[in-house]
Design a protein around this ligand. Structure first.
Ligand code: GLN
Length: 203
């Protein structure tokens, strides 16, 4: 099994370490050709507008969009989740939107907690207790399509004048996203969920 980690910007090494801890080989994806032969891909946290520009200039955007449309399993955290969404609010007008999961996301929208907060999250389908979730300028899900499974949610926060629960871990078939950074907390359980999906595809 070979899993790519989009390696244009962001916390690339942390994701590669999480995959390594699960005994899986990873390849940094810096050019479109690096997508050849991958069984899955991880899109890291970082800055989605910067990654977006680099996705275009490297020629990866088009090819990755096609690979995702033809079923490449993917896991995106924070900025990676933004890139995989179907619509981005408060992004750059020309921001790349790979449309791999039916989510409308708003960048940097967790109210007064906009910079950073942490939470213990129960995630549907994960054994081993709650996940320690580190949110850093995280996106908020404004809408989720009918085929999106919401695996965990948190309250938006009073700073935003709204205490509604918002999805922070979602899945639509082969695509898994988290609004936070399990890779920074050394928790590989969502990476494992991606690998299980890749194994299923191989059967
Ligand atoms: N706010 C960042 C963005 O819009 C995401 C932050 C992160 O990945 N920690 O891309």
């Amino acid at each position: 099994m070979l899993v790519g980690v989009l390696a244009l910007q962001g916390d690339i090494e942390e994701h590669r370490a999480a995959l390594g801890d699960l005994g899986v080989e990873s390849r940094p994806v810096r050019r479109a050709d690096d997508l050849a032969g991958l069984d899955g891909i991880v899109l890291p946290g970082g800055e989605s507008t910067t990654m977006s520009m680099l996705l275009e200039s490297s020629g990866i955007a088009d090819r990755l969009g096609k690979e995702l449309a033809s079923g490449l399993p993917a896991f995106g955290t924070c900025a990676g989740m933004i890139l995989l969404a179907s619509k981005i609010l408060d992004g750059r007008p020309d921001q790349v939107c790979l449309q791999a999961i039916e989510l409308v996301v708003r960048r940097n929208a967790f109210g007064r907690q906009v910079e950073s907060f942490e939470s213990e999250l129960s995630v549907v389908g994960l054994e081993g207790g709650p996940m320690h979730a580190v949110f850093i300028r995280a996106p908020v899900v404004e809408e989720a399509g009918p085929d999106v499974e919401v695996l965990a949610s948190v309250a938006l926060g009073r700073g935003a004048g709204d205490d509604s629960l918002r999805p922070v871990v979602c899945r639509q078939g082969r695509v898994i996203v988290a609004a936070f950074h399990p890779e920074l907390a050394g928790d590989g359980r969502l990476h494992k969920m991606l690998l299980d999906q890749v194994e299923l595809e191989g059967d």
